[in-house]
Write a protein that binds this ligand. Sequence first.
Ligand code: ADE
Ligand code: ZN
Length: 343
Amino acid sequence: MSTDLATFIRGLPKAELHLHIEGSLEPELMFELAQRNRIALPFDTVEAIRAAYAFSNLQDFLDIYYQGAGVLQTERDFQDLTMAYFRRLHADGGVHAEIFYDPQTHTDRGQPFSVAADGILAGMQQAEDELGVSSKLIMSFLRHLSEEAAFETLKQAEPYLDRFVGVGLDSGEVGHPPSKFANVMKACRERGLLINAHAGEEGPPEYVYEALDILGVDRIDHGNRALEDPALTRRLVDMGITLTVCPLSNLSLCVVRDLKDHPMKRMLDLGLKATCNSDDPAYFGGYLAENYLRTAEALGLTRDDLATLARNSFSGSFLGEAEKAKHIAAVDAYVAASASGTV
Ligand code: ADE
Ligand code: ZN
């Protein structure tokens, strides 16, 4: 008898390529850290926090998200946050993650650069040691701030650059195009960092062009609105650019009205290298496996489609070629075993 879809998804080896670690702060941990650090929260209960998570757009979410991050005060807080995420990922059958964090969210409230960086790196090491889950760290610039502020962050990051695989660009997209960060991203590339940018989440296809042509990105985060432009879509297919797509995030932030309208199936059918990710799972109602499952149910994704998403998550990762091949072989073996009923 074949396994049910949820079981198939949980057993499928997969990587997460779009996860903001601050977005994995569950209300329970938010309360615990607020108590530990004697910080007053504007909510009395976990339920009141969850009730506030009804967003009509990206900015609505960001306002609450930056406020929530205020409870993260010490290296240990960041390590606990990171480890809590990796326990969820491991339970979901995730074996590798490339995670974002926003240094400016923390340094702008007076925290030394080292606190978040050291805490998150310690959590990543603990996840590797205790769970066997590998990971890489990407620091993101907040695009609502200036390019000068991003340069200042890059300067503070100098001692850590060999521990960061890349840089990203996130926060409120509209009005802050990739071109605003052309110079700092060039400086990052010259330092050997790989380049990511959120583009086409709320912003227009032009922002995706800018991410490609001006920043020379290695990966596009989201990319949904690229589908509005057939020439751009063809280019993304021809270049084999990985899109880190986040279905439950898109639903929560009203990028799509219903998961049935989500472009994931269309992306796969067009030959785009789409991956499935959770973005900010504590705020959007689901971790990695839940994103696969609810998208599959809404769009009728086949097990072949799900295996393609899992393979794309490894081929689009920043792992070395041998590691990519090893993980993709594990996906192939799992799919074969699943088809023959041996798992
Ligand atoms: N920061 C955290 N999540 C984000 C998202 N979905 N878009 C832009 N910035 C973010
Ligand atoms: Zn994101």
